[in-house]
Design a protein around this ligand. Structure first.
Ligand SMILES: Cc1cc2nc3c(=O)[nH]c(=O)nc-3n(C[C@H](O)[C@H](O)[C@H](O)COP(=O)(O)OP(=O)(O)OC[C@H]3O[C@@H](n4cnc5c(N)ncnc54)[C@H](O)[C@@H]3O)c2cc1C
Length: 124
């Protein structure tokens, strides 16, 4: 049966909203994305993505654009407040078969997600 195409509104253009918009586009929909904040400067703070984030980006077909960004993190070292080592984690072993762990700028991930979501977000 015919009918008007399904209209979908994604509210919030953070990591979750843009990822959902990307997944919907991959499924053949053209969602509208709205964000209450005005367009801002992309954040220069750092973001650590564990292996399951790499797996999610793969499923969104966005692993390619993220791969050149930031650094792959192989080991994580935990220290107490005096700097004494508490433990060390071999991230390659922990996330083997899932994905690489990566540190990058939050703004860089946002740019990739924004492009993947189709680019158009209604701000304000
Ligand atoms: C200091 C800090 C460091 C962090 N570091 C890491 C890290 O290293 N690694 C990691 O994996 N996670 C980290 N996190 C967590 C991570 O940032 C969040 O889990 C993630 O950003 C959540 O994304 P989100 O899209 O669900 O929510 P948000 O990023 O909060 O996005 C929601 C969006 O919706 C908009 N919105 C809300 N209400 C409305 C409305 N009514 N209409 C329109 N728009 C609306 C908001 O303005 C916002 O832009 C960190 C968090 C903080 C605070």
């Amino acid at each position: 049966m015919g009918g008007s195409p399904l209209r979908i509104l994604v509210v919030g253009a953070g990591i979750a909203g843009l990822a959902v918009a990307r997944a919907l586009r991959m499924a053949g929909f053209r969602p509208d994305v709205t964000e209450k904040l005005p367009p801002g400067e992309l954040s220069e703070t750092g973001l650590y993505l564990p292996g399951n984030a790499a797996r999610a980006l793969r499923r969104l077909d966005l692993d390619g654009p993220v791969r050149p960004l930031g650094e792959v993190i192989h080991r994580q070292r935990f220290l107490d407040s005096t700097g004494a080592p508490l433990c060390e984690v071999d991230l390659d072993a922990l996330w083997a078969g899932v994905g690489e762990c990566r540190a990058l700028l939050r703004g860089e991930l946002h740019r990739v997600l924004l492009t993947g979501a189709g680019g158009a977000v209604r701000h304000g």
